[in-house]
Ligand binder design. Structure first.
Ligand SMILES: [Mg+2]
Length: 172
């Protein structure tokens, strides 16, 4: 597993059920809200600092996703993507990367085709059984509850960046 992680240059995340717990909140004005996790956000910043690019492919479309992506400095954002393989192929074109350099975390069946392509497929513990079966790594955490952070920490360790970016920086 660590051998595969060493080559990862791009982390792609699904949004609903991965970066969030999957719940969507609507207010009376029809404005959509989601709960993101600060721990996941920090993990994303850490892998970016280690030189790994981060991208988002969401089947739905929501302005809050653009806001969260902007806050985290994520420029590879695909929303309304019902054929995730097409967005994935476009992301590879834009970054010049290949399957063996990509990690992906998804939670629903729409994610499985991309998970089958990438070098390292991951899922939160509350992903559908078919999705967990397609994953090389199933987090101990649920979507929006630290699953992304656990994957990010694993990527840092695989890259050999954990000591410098976390242990020494925070004096652990
Ligand atoms: Mg999802």
């Amino acid at each position: 597993m660590m051998e595969k992680l060493k080559h990862i240059e791009l982390l792609i995340l699904d949004v609903d059920g991965v970066m969030t717990d999957g719940r969507i909140v609507w207010d009376a004005n029809g404005v959509e809200t989601k709960f993101f996790n600060v721990k996941d956000g920090h993990g994303i910043k850490l892998v970016q600092r280690a030189g790994i690019q981060v991208g988002i492919i969401s089947g739905r479309t929501s302005p809050v996703v653009d806001l969260r992506a902007r806050e985290l400095g994520i420029e590879l954002v695909y929303q309304g993507s019902l054929q995730k393989l097409e967005s994935y192929a476009d992301m590879l074109r834009r970054t010049g990367l290949a399957d063996h350099q990509v990690a992906y975390m998804g939670d629903d069946v729409i994610d499985v085709p991309v998970m089958r392509r990438v070098a390292f497929a991951a899922a939160p513990c509350d992903a559908l059984p078919e999705v967990r079966a397609a994953a090389a790594f199933v987090s101990g955490c649920g979507g929006g509850m630290g699953a992304v952070r656990e994957l990010c920490d694993l990527l840092l360790k695989g890259r050999g960046a954990w000591e410098e970016l976390v242990v020494r920086r925070y004096d652990l």
